[in-house]
Structure formats: C-alpha cells, structure tokens
Design a protein around this ligand. Structure first.
Ligand SMILES: *Cc1c(COP(=O)(O)O)cnc(C)c1O
Length: 396
C-alpha cells in the first residue's frame, strides 16, 4: 500500500508518467482543502456577527469526503455540521469529530433514536407524532439529560416539517416533554436561488409569524435558522443564528446572479489518466454503437474513467476535457470504465498523462455548472454523482 502522502504527491506531480501512481490511480477526485478553507472563511466573514456557520456535509459532503471536509470546515470557522441521516452522523463521530451535528432528515425508529442518543447527534423533529415517539423511547432508555432536538417548520417548501400555522402548539408540546430540549427552530427555503424574491419573502414572513406566535405563548426560541447557501448570499436578514451552507462551501454559486457576492473557489476536480494512444484512419468509427466516425486521420486517447465512475453517459460526444492546458473533445459513446478523446490538436500525447474532466488546467476551466447546463440539471447533482470507486485525494 502507498501512504496517503505518496499517493497525493504522485497525483499532484503534473503530467509525469510515474509508474506507481498511474497504475494505482486511473481516475480520482481531487479535493482542494485550501480552497475549502478559503470558502468557509469568506462565508464566515460575510455573515452577520451573531451568526454561526453550519457546514452541510450530507451525502459524503456532496461527494467530497465527509470526515475530511468536516474537519477542515471546523478548523476554518464552521461551528456546526449538518447531515441527512443517522449513519452519516455516526461516520463523523467515528472520524473523531466532536462538533454538534444536526440530522436534517427525518428519524423515527427506536434503533435510530438509540443511535442518536449514543453518538450525541441532534435530530430534527417534524411532527407531534414523531416527538411523542422520541419521548417514549427516551423514557424507556432512562438515561439522564434530555436530548437536544431541532423543530422543523414547513413555511412553503412542502417537504419536512409542521405547518407554520401550527408552530406554537407543536413547540409547546415538545417543550412539555421531559426528555426533549429544544435547541433550535428552523425552516427551509424552496426558491432562494431565484432572482425573483417574492416566494422566498413569503416564506420568510411565515417564519417570522411562526416565531411571533411562539413568543406570544411565552416561549423564547433559543436559536433560529432559515438560510441555505443561496439565502446566505442573498440577504443578511435571513442569517438569524445559524446558516446552513452546503454548495457555497464547495466553491460553487447557487445561481449566476449570486456570483458577485463573495469570491469562492471550486474544491473538487475530477481527473483521470490516458491509458492508450492510437491513430485511427479516416472513416474509422469509435466506441459502442459507432456513434462517432473520424472524418480524417485522428489521434485518439483512451482515458480510464467512465459512467461507472459518475461521468454522465449523456455527455457522450458532447463534453470537452482539459489536457496539457487545452480543451479537447470527447468522442464516441462514454463506456462504463473508459472514454475516448480526439487529441489530434496536441502533438505527442503520452500514456499516463493527466486529463482534467472537471477543474482547471492553466487558463482553462470546466466547472460542475458547465456539466449541469449541458445536462439540464444542477451542480449539486453533478457533485453528488461521483462514485465510491473514485478515490478522494486531498491536496492543500
Ligand atoms: C441540503 C440542505 C442545506 C444546504 O443547501 P445548499 O443549497 O447546498 O447550501 C441546507 N438546509 C437543509 C435543510 C438542507 O437539506
């Protein structure tokens, strides 16, 4: 086995065909922890003074590697972590992380509640029924201090949460349950990335109304939060006590109109190696279905990455990649483990050379937004699409 350092340096040494690295890594995801740290620091500076940053590291930190990302985010100014599921929270605790962890998804079963208590995770409570289940299970466990829970209100996303109109009854119920302690009250925005602020402002107003209702019952909410990345960048009035930031920490903007707010650097790059170079004659067809035919003699580079690694097959014959700082077209159908490039424009490409599918080489850059636009989806989905077969390699 190579040490992590050897692996990393093998990859970072640009363009070198050094044997061990290119045999052990045909393709990989490179995670720039310096960029992550920079983004988190920029975000923290941008927040209202009383506001803390929750780094949302669900889905293996949007494909970046949850434990490493969480550690770096915490070192760079984040105070909270957000995950979607109990196992995601456990993974962070097993990785040695001590910071408070909010589970954003729903949890219901006694097994989940036991694990939440054991690993000191903090659940989201979405309904009176769920609150009672928690209370009953904790009663039967009989283990001392109350569990810190977060109340989720639905203010217009129509996903998890109790309707904002019923907020005060729900909060009163949870407060009356002896084994539960309300740590925060929160909601989630459906349209924060839209330049049209109308629907978001309506949600904001509903959240404010719910808080007023709760206060009118004599309950002072200890902590409030509403903003995702887009809302964080849109308006400091949405910051409250915590912002829950995912995408922006990974260096991408939730929408083009938010790009001038702060500077962010993409954290993730997708790279692979050329595994064979060949010349094909005019009229030669390439890959499954012969969907591409060379109009002239062509230098073809075979690259060791494919759709089983998370390169979308729909990008076949459409995507470009970077090699030696230049853009070259991908040709033919993308296969499970390999794809082909037309490298005729660059002399003397060698086996083992590094191809950047997402990321930067010299002045050229291909971003997850470029893929998202080509595929009519969002950058969030692109980032989450890289499979575990690809090693995540951290660089500074
Ligand atoms: C995923 C998620 C976030 C983070 O969203 P970004 O747009 O990536 O910043 C925040 N809050 C909740 C409830 C989420 O599920």
């Amino acid at each position: 086995m190579l040490s992590r350092k050897q692996q990393t340096s093998g990859v970072a040494d640009n363009q070198q065909c050094d044997t061990y690295a290119w045999f052990s890594q045909r393709a990989w995801v490179e995670i720039d922890l310096g960029a992550l740290s920079y983004n988190v620091q920029q975000l923290v500076k941008f927040l209202s003074p009383r506001t803390q940053l929750m780094a949302v590291v669900k889905a293996d930190a949007y494909g970046h590697g949850a434990v490493t990302v969480a550690q770096t985010a915490l070192e760079s100014g984040a105070s909270w972590l957000g995950v979607a599921t109990v196992p995601e929270g456990i993974q962070l605790r097993e990785g040695g992380i001590k910071a408070p962890i909010l589970i954003l998804g729903a949890t219901h079963t006694p097994e989940q509640i036991h694990a939440i208590a054991h690993w000191k995770l903090q659940p989201t409570l979405c309904s009176p029924k769920q609150a009672l289940v928690f209370s009953n299970v904790l009663e039967s466990m009989n283990n001392g201090s109350p569990m810190e829970v977060h109340i989720k209100l639905d203010t217009g996303m129509s996903r998890l949460g109790t309707n904002w109109q019923e907020a005060s009854e729900f909060v009163q119920l949870v407060q009356s349950l002896p084994h539960l302690a309300i740590a925060s009250i929160y909601s989630h925005l459906a349209t924060a990335d839209s330049p049209d602020l109308t629907a978001m402002q309506e949600q904001h107003q509903r959240f404010e109304d719910a808080i007023a209702q709760i206060k009118a019952k004599g309950i002072n909410p200890p902590c409030l939060h509403l903003a995702n990345s887009a809302a964080t960048l849109t308006d400091t009035a949405l910051h409250y006590d915590i912002v829950r930031v995912g995408l922006a920490a990974y260096g991408l903007y939730p929408a083009p109109h938010l790009q001038n707010k702060i500077q962010l650097h993409p954290v993730l790059q997708l790279k692979a190696r050329v595994t064979q170079v060949k010349t094909i004659a005019p009229g030669t067809s390439v890959s499954y279905g012969h969907k591409f035919t060379a109009p002239r003699e062509m230098r073809l580079a075979v690259v060791g990455i494919g759709y089983a690694d998370g390169v979308p097959r729909q990008l076949s014959n459409k995507m470009q990649v970077l090699i030696r700082g230049q853009r070259v077209p991908q040709v033919g159908t993308i296969t499970m483990d390999q794809l082909m490039l037309d490298v005729s424009s660059i002399p003397n490409i060698q086996e083992g050379e590094i191809v950047t599918l997402l990321g930067q080489q010299g002045r050229e850059q291909i971003s997850a937004d470029d893929w998202a636009n080509q595929l009519d989806t969002i950058s969030w989905e692109i980032l989450c699409g890289f499979k575990h077969r690809l090693p995540r390699i951290a660089v500074m």
